[in-house]
Ligand binder design. Structure first.
Ligand SMILES: Cc1ncc(COP(=O)(O)O)c(C=O)c1O
Length: 278
């Protein structure tokens, strides 16, 4: 169905994953295989290319981000795709998922606080936690009958311990590929609720699941609104280098705190876009 992007040395060698110069800058050697880069190997969908072409032909990139329209569209997408009801007013615009996580760590935890991650997990989580002076609390995934599962017993003990102020969930999980089930998330939410610990859920891969798997957003669970979800079109639509993302929380207090920090750093003006591509 999809045709992979042909190996084009002129274009492809400018990507981090294959450019010796850039790999050397990161690793000190070009002789590495960049398995960690989640780039698409397929061309993006043609309506996106057409919308981009319209932008280019306009020959202007003015300030224009219309968050109300964009968030209505994201809510509609989630309704159609995941039967998830989201309120367009509860979104906050951010430059991307990692910057959002960095901001949420700083906003809702203090230096020295624990942030729990379920290892093995996307390597940048640890970097964001520790570069903010927080402590990584590792809750390793277990393997049962050949697949990764959460270790709820250890999870509860770690939350009971008291230093964990935030759970950084990865759903679907990179790199183990689990789409956490409703039951698993329910259990996690019940424990977090009991210990009043904030769950921040990175759902950037939420639309990319195998047939038969069902993605459940953390926003569909009832947890006194202390839950945020974060996503972006980077993975779903192959737009990794177009800086864009959003945070969602039904807790107004939480949402307003995030919104005012984002605004105070002028991180909220978004990209040029085509409201109604023709
Ligand atoms: C789980 C996860 N979160 C976030 C990102 C990066 O998101 P962004 O580019 O929007 O910061 C990646 C990229 O691979 C990822 O795998």
């Amino acid at each position: 169905m999809f045709k992979a992007i042909p190996d084009n040395p002129n274009a492809a060698n400018k990507y981090i994953k294959s450019d010796g110069n850039m790999l050397s800058q990161i690793y000190g050697s070009a002789d590495v295989t960049s398995y960690w880069i989640a780039d698409m190997e397929f061309p993006i969908a043609s309506p996106i290319t057409e919308a981009m072409q319209q932008l280019v032909h306009r020959e202007t990139y003015s300030y224009e981000f219309d968050s109300e329209t964009v968030f209505k569209e994201i809510a509609l997408w989630n309704k159609n795709r995941h039967n998830l009801t989201l309120d367009p007013k509860q979104f906050v615009q951010v430059p991307g998922v990692l910057s959002a996580i960095a901001l949420l760590i700083r906003e809702f935890t203090e230096k020295g606080d624990g942030v729990l991650i379920q290892t093995p997990v996307y390597h940048q989580f640890r970097r964001l936690i520790e570069s903010a002076g927080r402590v990584t609390v590792s809750n390793p995934l277990a393997i049962e009958k050949g697949r990764y599962v959460m270790d709820f017993k250890a999870f509860e003990n770690q939350l009971r311990d008291g230093n964990v102020k935030m759970v950084l969930l990865c759903n679907p999980h990179n790199p183990v590929g689990r789409v956490w089930s409703k039951d698993e998330l329910e259990k996690m939410v019940a424990i977090a609720k009991k210990h009043q610990t904030l769950i921040v859920s990175d759902e950037v891969h939420g639309d990319i699941v195998f047939d038969g798997a069902e993605f459940s957003s953390i926003a569909s669970f009832d947890y006194e609104n202390t839950i945020a979800i974060i996503g972006s079109p980077a993975k779903n639509f192959g737009l990794n280098s177009i800086s864009n993302g959003y945070i969602y929380s039904e807790n107004n207090e939480l949402k307003e705190a995030i919104k005012s920090t984002v605004a105070s750093m002028s991180l909220d003006h978004g990209n040029a876009y085509v409201p109604e591509p023709c």
